[in-house]
Design a protein around this ligand. Structure first.
Ligand SMILES: Cc1ncc(COP(=O)(O)O)c(C=O)c1O
Length: 405
């Protein structure tokens, strides 16, 4: 008998990155000297998950009466208010017309943006290097991904190609949704400059004059960028918020090192109150129609971390030491990779760096054979420095250099 129950055909159940990580961990457990640069979680130099102690304490202090009940469909009001302040607080003119719904991590926020601001069959536009699950999320919801070239020949953000691709998207589907993961872009480690944002906003604002254009800032790594890093995109986007729909995918996963808590939010900035109520309604409906409501205890813990001044100061201080750990790895990377001639974008920080290479699949396979695990992408290898101790970086660079240069 043929198995024909799968109406949408067979799908790979395991995320390729999680599969690579599982193999790396199994081989390490058998005693092989493995360098595992696959997984996007911050690990301490001893390989243990780096968890912010104050965040763990805040989670532990949430009482049962907060964990057990359902949460409101769109999220706990105090949580949504705290997230709006965190995401938009630096830009009062956006904060004034922000609305938010709770989502399971940034992933849920991306999901809601795809299904609420695109029709089935339409494409979200993003950078040519992008986090693989964007494509899974789009496919799962009968949407697609289109890309613009992320870097031009000089290594600068290719805003001219963004202009072209936005024009194409609008011509093809009469609307556009743009995902920009900034700051600390996954997988390249690139953070857009003020000039990048000014140029992007000019292009988006022009297209938004003739069709509905929504711009989503995927802020998953914002807490690891320079201080106030999310203010750069939100300030720039405030200039076109009268024409374009400004969205922020907010996540507690990396911000508070509680990836499994599944706390996040989608923020939307809608100046007109009636339109804002419509957007809030559509997003609440999307919550009810997918996961119903989110982790109430998790929202309570994150609200405390965002709102309680002492907790916030403590957690920010602890995170600063994690950023210093990442900075040491960045310094080790730059010191080893530049002399070896590796080609990679300007890398200032964050969880990842990307090495350009034409045959990434072959290079990643060869590296895997040597016990060095990286993630192949089209035209590049993603290297998760967040999970590699600084002392292992020279070996990592040496191995990569042998296979890509
Ligand atoms: C670019 C990017 N966006 C969003 C996310 C969402 O993560 P979460 O759903 O845990 O918030 C991740 C996580 O790896 C990511 O790398």
């Amino acid at each position: 008998m043929t198995f024909d129950f799968l109406a949408r055909g067979a799908k790979p159940g395991d995320d390729p990155i999680f599969a690579l990580n599982a193999e790396a961990s199994a081989r390490k457990a058998r005693g092989e000297p493995i360098v595992n640069a696959t997984i996007g979680a911050l690990l301490a130099d001893d390989g243990a998950l780096a968890v912010l102690p104050t965040a763990a304490r805040a989670v532990g202090e949430v009482p049962t009466s907060e964990w057990a009940p359902y949460a409101p469909i769109s999220g706990s009001p105090a949580f949504l208010d705290a997230v709006l302040d965190d995401a938009l607080g630096a830009v009062p003119e956006l904060r004034a017309f922000g609305v938010a719904v709770a989502t399971p991590g940034g992933t849920g926020a991306l999901r809601h943006a795809l299904t609420t601001f695109l029709a089935p069959g339409q494409s979200v536009l993003t950078t040519s290097f992008y986090w693989g699950p964007y494509a899974t999320l789009a496919d799962e919801h009968d949407r697609r991904v289109a890309t613009f070239r992320m870097f031009d020949e000089q290594g600068a953000l290719d805003v001219a190609d963004l202009d072209r691709a936005l024009g194409e998207a609008i011509a093809a589907q009469g609307r556009a949704l743009l995902f920009l993961n900034d700051p600390c872009h996954n997988p390249t480690g690139y953070s857009m400059s003020d000039a990048d944002w000014a140029a992007t906003v000019e292009v988006v604002g022009r297209h938004a004059e003739r069709a509905p254009v929504a711009v989503l800032v995927d802020a998953a790594y914002a807490a690891y960028g320079p201080a106030g890093a999310l203010a750069r995109p939100t300030r720039a986007l405030a200039r076109i918020a009268d024409r374009a729909l400004v969205l922020v995918a907010w996540s507690a996963s990396k911000t508070f090192t509680h990836y499994g808590l599944r706390v996040g939010a989608l923020v939307a900035c809608v100046p007109d109150p009636a339109a804002r109520a419509q957007v809030a309604g559509a997003l609440g409906y999307a919550c009810r129609g997918t996961w119903s409501n989110c982790n109430r205890g998790g929202m309570a813990a994150v609200t405390a971390l965002l709102r309680d001044a002492a907790l916030r100061t403590a957690v920010d201080g602890e995170r600063a030491s994690f950023v210093a750990l990442l900075d040491a790895r960045v310094a080790a990377w730059n010191a080893a990779a530049r002399p070896r001639g590796l080609r990679y974008p300007r890398y200032d920080g964050g969880f990842f760096v990307t090495v350009f290479t034409d045959d990434a699949q072959r290079a990643a396979e060869a590296l895997r054979g040597e016990g060095v695990f990286v993630v192949p992408q089209r035209g590049a290898l993603r290297v998760a420095l967040c999970s590699v101790a600084a002392r292992d970086v020279p070996r990592l660079v040496e191995a990569i250099a042998r296979h890509v240069v």
